[in-house]
Design a protein around this ligand. Structure first.
Ligand SMILES: Cc1ncc(COP(=O)(O)O)c(C=O)c1O
Length: 267
């Protein structure tokens, strides 16, 4: 037996991390959106802006699951609403909905594309009353058609949060649609644990950021919402930055692997 791994984490080495760890030593800020987190956010946002062809704002989070939770809390007002979600996904998608205090409604996926489509969502929203948000999943990292999801929000007023845990570099952020990405070690851009929530709307991102920091509104300690601790530490940001330094090489390697699979499968 010579097993072929479906996925091997591809993380930065200790040497690649060291300059960033030294910067943490020098700044002596270890958490709470320090300089490394802010630099990582700028670099991630430049990449997402290029992919999305619109200005993307984002905030880092401890992981994608908490990002999904906070994105829903930031854009859905009513308590105990129903959120439509595909039945083919990772448990974190449904955990995010439940942790936000909402009720997941599972929908079948399109048999050809393995994803929840806007057409399926529109039908489900006519059949099931009380669906106030939709959380489609970019299954296996394949990007969803964000313009079609934007249209669903325009037509119905129902917000859409895409779970794009494995689709960094691939999934566009919409005019209206929010997107949460994972930086788990198994993802294209790994920080060990981590993630971020991206949107065109800076106000929604500011709300997600507050929710990820206990709901603190300002340094004076005023609380605007009941939040959680979902922040990314400076150490995870250091790994994220070192991974970002390798991003062009990572993309190249993934492209060449995909080409090899495609040509072998065609044989
Ligand atoms: C579709 C999907 N959603 C959510 C997650 C959870 O991401 P995280 O580990 O960053 O919370 C994953 C992780 O594999 C995933 O594949």
């Amino acid at each position: 037996m010579n097993p072929i791994p479906v996925l091997k984490p591809d993380m930065p080495s200790a040497d690649q991390l060291l300059p960033y760890l030294r910067r943490i030593d020098a700044a002596q800020q270890y958490a709470n959106f320090g300089p490394l987190n802010r630099e990582l956010e700028e670099r991630l946002s430049a990449e997402c802006t290029a992919v999305s062809e619109l200005q993307v704002h984002l905030t880092t989070v401890a992981n994608c699951t908490v990002g999904l939770q906070l994105a829903l809390m930031a854009c859905v007002e009513r308590p105990r609403v129903k959120v439509l979600v595909p039945s083919l996904t990772f448990p974190g998608t449904v955990s995010g909905i439940l942790q936000a205090g909402f009720e997941p409604v599972l929908a079948d996926v399109d048999p050809a594309r393995w994803v929840l489509t806007p057409e399926i969502a529109r039908k489900a929203m006519m059949r099931v009353r009380g669906i106030r948000a939709v959380m489609p999943v970019a299954a296996y990292g394949a990007a969803l058609d964000v313009a079609a999801w934007d249209r669903l929000t325009e037509d119905t007023g129902v917000p859409v949060v895409i779970d794009a845990a494995g689709a960094f570099g691939n999934q566009r952020v919409g005019q209206r649609t929010l997107v949460a990405f994972s930086m788990h070690a198994t993802k294209a851009l790994g920080a060990g644990e981590g993630g971020f929530v991206a949107s065109r709307d800076p106000d929604v991102i500011a709300r997600v950021r507050r929710l990820s920091n206990f709901g603190y509104m300002n340094a004076g300690g005023l609380i605007s919402d009941i939040g959680v601790n979902g922040k990314m530490s400076e150490y995870a940001a250091a790994v994220g930055l070192a991974a970002m330094d390798r991003w062009a090489d990572i993309c190249e390697q993934r492209r060449s692997l995909a080409d090899r699979y495609l040509s072998a499968l065609r044989m």
